[in-house]
Design a protein around this ligand. Structure first.
Ligand code: GDP
Ligand code: MN
Length: 375
């Protein structure tokens, strides 16, 4: 999960790292108010979940109210690096003496956490990558400040205050560990005229597998999801909206992919795909089916389930309940095999618009749906 720059900076601030004063805005009026409070000497930045905004024209240092308004008007609603701009960050400007680069990231290959540091930060850091120095430490461990000092000693940090810098690096390591970050990047870490180190930018990505440890991030992620995906997440299933006409439910992503390939081969385009995962219950299947049938233009549905751990009687009862409650008449083809298959077939065969497939081949289910829709 990517954490927006303004929230990431709040974390930096909480941990004692200097960040420019300012806040995020969603309307021109808000931008105007924030800029006014900062005497209109502000930098305005488009908040999009990717780097390279400076080079793409999404960051502007402004000197007057007019400049702020013109830039904000141009940015709101525009597309930057493939993302629509809904939020702008308005911050006091600073005079940059030098731009450093630093990041803490989890190395997937070694499982270690790396600190990256370069004296050549800023928007061209990628082309200066040979100047990036790396210090690895054990993920989750407390990195002693003296190890960072030794690391910095090997680099000619040319006039920078080594004590301050190593404390700052230790602090962001602590933060990265505390929030289970995959990446915490500060670029530029600006050295100001007075020698102070200020984080002008912050990219923070949290490990989704650790979200259960962070109720605030989890809540935020739910709020950011579109309405149907959010309901799916609450049900404990994943839901992907697509553009076609067939609702698809499968008990696993692989089974779902194969089903969608076969549908597409016959010109039956999926309207969505819902993966139940391993926790099928009557309640889950009832709401899952109602969810996939809900979007406009869904003509029918295919449900492809295999019961290993999942109990298929529960699934069948859920399907029956979903259709019974709404008086649903569209054709639903259900291929159910495995644990409690006979009980499931019994329940489903009593529902007129449900067509039960009792063989192993998904093709048979897709053929059946094609035949029903041709009528
Ligand atoms: P990115 O390109 O998406 O990483 O966006 P950044 O937030 O890092 O901004 C890009 C560049 O804008 C930085 O590298 C700085 O050179 C410049 N910049 C950002 N804030 C200020 C500021 O307050 N004053 C000045 N002079 N430049 C700034
Ligand atoms: Mn940056």
């Amino acid at each position: 999960m990517i954490i927006q720059e303004d929230l990431a900076k709040q974390y930096l601030r909480k941990y004692g790292v200097l960040v420019p004063e300012g806040s995020a805005a969603n309307t021109i009026d808000q931008v105007r108010d924030i800029a006014e409070n900062l005497n209109n000497k502000v930098v305005v930045k488009a908040i999009v979940p990717t780097g390279g905004r400076g080079k793409a024209g999404g960051v502007k240092v402004c000197r007057s109210r007019q400049e702020v308004e013109d830039f904000a008007e141009r940015m709101f609603g525009s597309t930057l690096l493939g993302h629509q701009v809904d939020t702008l960050l308005v911050e006091e400007t600073v005079t940059i003496h030098k731009e450093l680069y630093t990041a803490v990231h989890l190395d997937y290959l070694t499982g270690m956490t790396n600190i990256l540091f370069s004296l050549n930060g800023g928007v061209d850091v990628e082309s200066n990558s040979e100047h990036i120095h790396v210090l690895s430490f054990e993920t989750g461990a407390d990195l002693p400040v003296h190890r960072i000092k030794i690391f910095l000693k090997r680099i000619d940090i040319d006039g920078l205050d080594s004590d301050k810098l190593s404390l700052l690096l230790a602090t962001i390591c602590r933060l990265a560990t505390d929030v289970d970050a995959l990446l915490l990047e500060i670029n530029p870490l600006a050295v100001l005229e007075n020698g102070k180190l200020t984080a002008l930018d912050c990219k923070l990505e949290i490990d989704d597998n650790a979200l259960s440890r962070h109720a605030d991030f989890l809540e935020k992620q739910r709020q950011e999801l579109p309405e149907r995906e959010a309901r799916a997440a609450q049900l404990g299933v994943s839901y992907v909206p697509l553009e076609g006409r067939i609702g698809v439910i499968a008990s696993g992503a692989g089974l779902g992919m194969a089903t969608m390939d076969m549908l597409n081969q016959r010109g039956l385009t999926p309207a969505n795909f819902l993966d139940t995962g391993g926790g099928i219950s009557e309640f889950m299947l009832q709401h899952a089916l109602q969810l996939v049938l809900e979007p406009d233009g869904v003509d029918g549905c295919i449900i492809n389930l295999y019961g290993g751990i999942n109990r298929m009687k529960e699934a069948a009862n859920g399907i029956a309940k979903a259709l019974g409650e709404t008086g649903e008449k569209r054709d639903i083809v259900v291929k159910i095999l495995g644990n409690q298959q006979e009980e499931a077939w019994d329940i489903l065969s009593k529902i007129p618009n449900v067509h039960v497939i009792r063989v192993f081949q998904t093709e048979t289910a897709v053929d059946k749906l094609e035949e029903l829709l041709r009528k």
